[in-house]
Design a protein around this ligand. Structure first.
Ligand code: NAD
Length: 511
């Protein structure tokens, strides 16, 4: 058995109404460490009954508890205490995250800082929140009364789990919602930290609830529960489609951050070394298990051969190693099921394109979910490895000649999450960025973003935008309140009837 991180619980349990509990059914599921695929802990497997209890607790906390009614400044204090507590646990979180997900320890570090930043950022936003007010002089004032939506169901994936959970928890809680979180079943470990963090920092009981378990049972019950007002989901596109359908009967609000197959478009005049570094990091960091990975690299013909050679040479030197080793650049993929899926794409790629680096398991790791950084060149647009999200350390490189062809290739997939454009020509950079069908485009940069910017995809990559005020908009309702200032002029039905000069008639069209 590999070295377990310190402070690990004996088993992973749900957290409902301020208490750690087992499943009503007593069921559990196995959790594996990607380094060896040994079962290292069991987690409570929630289903409808557990979700019902969690939603009831969240509903009570919303309807009767102090959280939704608190002044923004009071919530700000608690949210900042949460951020302090998260930051203080960076090392502990990194150790857990690396052990549970297989992420290299150096990349797991710093996740706490980013998670904490999410809490600080949304705390600041709610104290600075402004809302619209309109006046019709002497007649009416109209203003927006912003209210938390209610009980938020948060469903998250296994890549950087804690950070992605914070990305939903922070705006939901800042907005005054109460929540039920359903973490990913591959990686439930780090979510246990939330319990301690929230208890220490004074979040009222029932505001945060968590049910572990599989998507088809626990996740499904959360989506279908009629007392859950909205679902924020991050995960695969096909899961998103199913959740979309399952939200329809109860007409829930939805936000969906889904899969990607993001292009990096590199023109002849680009800063060659910067583009090389960035696209290597873009696809091999976080084990390639990142939604915004630059997994399709489109390179202009003039530099294509040189780029492919340089890329393959560097990829072959990316250090694959144990997640706990501080020199490791590429760790172990999250789970044997996912590993098999990624391997099947590698095999498909060998028949579709030219393998120039990697292509299988490293010799020194006969067990665990290790894969060499894998690079395919001359990948045709019809190839599965060009079209489908692999979500691992596998990249497809394709040549193009003209700007038009680059745009056409970039857009020729069903996804539209991120894109990266590399060129020294400012006008071309913007023209190409605008023409690419992606929710987010980086010019001469990899994925670095200010928390105020929108985050989200188009096409099969998502629905709705979060990020900055958009997240607060999602977790709140904008109720419009209209107040009459003067006398009310109403057409007097049943009394005097219509008069052509009646000013109230003009408002019938004011829907
Ligand atoms: P997944 O869709 O398999 O699972 C995500 C979550 O949904 C898990 O918690 C799972 O238990 C739950 N789930 C599964 N079926 C469900 C159902 N029927 N009803 C309710 N919940 C259900 O995704 P994954 O494999 O965990 O994550 C990888 C995917 O996430 C990739 O496609 C990746 O691109 C995407 N992702 C997107 C973003 C983004 O911001 N766009 C960020 C990270 C990951």
């Amino acid at each position: 058995m590999t070295q377990r991180p310190e402070g690990m619980p004996e088993r992973i349990r749900h957290y409902i109404d301020g208490r750690l509990v087992d499943s009503v059914s007593g069921e559990t599921f196995d959790v594996l460490t990607p380094e060896t695929n040994e079962v290292y802990i069991r987690a409570a497997a929630g289903d409808k009954a557990d979700v019902a209890l969690a939603v009831a607790a969240a509903r009570r906390a919303f309807d009767e508890g102090p959280w939704p009614q608190m002044k923004p400044r009071e919530r700000w204090r608690i949210l900042n205490r949460i951020a302090d507590e998260i930051e203080a646990r960076d090392a502990e979180l990194a150790a857990m995250e690396s052990y549970d997900t297989g992420l290299p320890i150096t990349q797991a570090r710093g996740q706490a800082r980013r998670a904490a930043e999410n809490f600080r950022f949304f705390a600041d936003l709610i104290v600075a929140q402004r809302d619209e007010a309109y006046k019709v002089p002497g007649m009416q004032i109209n203003y927006v009364n912003r209210k938390p939506v209610g009980v938020a169901g948060l469903i998250t994936p296994w890549n950087t789990p804690f950070m992605l959970e914070s990305w939903k928890l922070a705006p939901a809680l800042a907005s005054g919602c109460t929540v039920v979180l359903k973490p990913a079943e591959f990686t439930p470990l780090s979510a246990s930290l939330w319990v301690d963090i929230f208890e220490k920092t004074g979040l009222p009981e029932g505001v945060f609830n968590m049910v572990h378990g599989f998507g088809e049972t626990a996740g499904d019950a959360l989506v279908k529960h009629e007392d859950v007002n909205l679902i924020s989901f991050t995960g695969e596109t096909t899961t998103g489609q199913l959740i979309f359908r399952n939200c329809a009967p109860t007409l829930k609000g939805m936000s969906m951050e889904l899969g990607g197959k993001s292009p990096a478009v590199i023109f002849d005049d680009a800063d060659f070394e910067a583009a090389l570094d960035s696209t290597l990091f873009g696809v091999f960091s976080l084990n390639g298990e990142r939604c915004t990975a630059s997994s399709r690299i489109l390179v202009q013909r003039g530099i294509y051969d040189r780029f492919v050679d340089a890329y393959a040479e560097r990829a072959a030197k990316v250090k694959v190693g144990k997640p706990s080793d501080a020199t490791t650049e590429l760790g172990a993929l999250v789970h044997p099921e996912h590993y098999e899926r990624v391997l099947s794409y590698v095999e498909a790629g060998k028949a579709e394109a030219r393998l120039v680096a990697g292509g299988g398991r490293p010799d020194e790791f006969p067990e665990g979910n290790y894969l060499l950084p894998t690079v395919f060149a001359d990948v045709p647009r019809t190839a599965r490895i060009f079209q489908e999200e692999i979500f691992g350390p596998v990249v497809a490189i394709t040549a193009f000649d003209t700007v038009e062809e680059a745009i056409e290739l970039a857009n020729d997939v069903k996804y539209g999450l991120a894109a990266y454009v590399w060129t020294a020509d400012v006008r071309r950079a913007h023209r190409v960025a605008h023409a690419i069908e992606a929710g987010m485009v980086w010019i001469n940069s990899h994925n670095v973003r200010d928390l105020r910017s929108p985050f989200g995809g188009v096409k099969a990559s998502g629905l709705g935008n979060e990020g900055g005020y958009r997240s607060i908009d999602f977790y709140t309702e904008s109720q419009a309140v209209h107040v009459t200032l003067g006398d009310v002029h109403t057409t007097r039905f049943g009394a005097t009837g219509y008069s052509e000069a009646d000013p109230a008639l003009g408002h019938l069209g004011g829907k």
